[in-house]
Design a protein around this ligand. Sequence first.
Ligand code: NDP
Length: 253
Amino acid sequence: MGERLDGTVALVTGASSGIGEAAARELARQGAAVALVARRKDRLDALAAEITAAGAAAITVEADVTDQALAVAAVERTVAELGRLDTVVNNAGVMLLGPILGAPTEEWDRMVRLNVQGLLYVAHAALPHLVEAAAGEPRRVADLVNISSVAGRRAAAFSGVYNLTKHGVNAFTESLRQEVTERHVRISVVEPGAVETELADHLRPEIREVSRQRFANVEMLHAQDIADAIAYIVTRPRRAAINEILIRPTNQP
Ligand code: NDP
């Protein structure tokens, strides 16, 4: 039903685990050559080996995307080694929940630096290449998919700064969409509910326990469910832009 991605190049941030790993694997399966970006090089290398063994092309780019120079270098290396850039999945993110009152503000800094600034740096560096890809073969369309969250649509207690970053991602996505959509660069946002990944591992132990109890009866999404949504977006024909996908576990209220 979708158009394959043969001859195109995709860059995925946060490809060393969870949603990013599943997305990179899926885009490679659809025919894209993939650049795998994150800090844990051993994990990226293992995924690249798996993708290459399955017959697709993959490179690993060890980078902390909160450092603008490294974010730019990741994009430029991708274009230098793989020849172009058609698809970006701006996925790297961190969720540090807890009350605002008395919060360790270094957690806020980490979320703002990665979920907002890192995402912006990658988008800024990638955009000229996406515009160029959309003007030529093989597909004459390019995609930037930002990974937000249900938390980007609905604020809740104990999620304030994570809400702030993800609401920001949604607003930025819509603004950029209006700016470049007539050039056939599609800007999309995916908003997952609870997905079984390493995301909650970074919570403080007492918060992790509260979160675990809150989701104890929820049949969590798999990273592949989100990868499928991303693949759906980027394999649409040129005429169709999927602006937004909100996907929750069925029994998550
Ligand atoms: P994971 O913790 O499994 O993945 C996070 C990824 O981000 C890792 O690959 C990590 O790799 C990478 N990363 C972290 N810091 C940096 C950095 N400074 N530079 C580059 N990469 C970095 O979590 P998920 O897969 O769940 O999260 C992916 C996205 O999905 C996030 O934006 C998250 O907010 C969003 N999301 C997740 C939900 C869930 O329930 N899981 C729900 C809604 C949204 P490394 O440590 O190797 O750098």
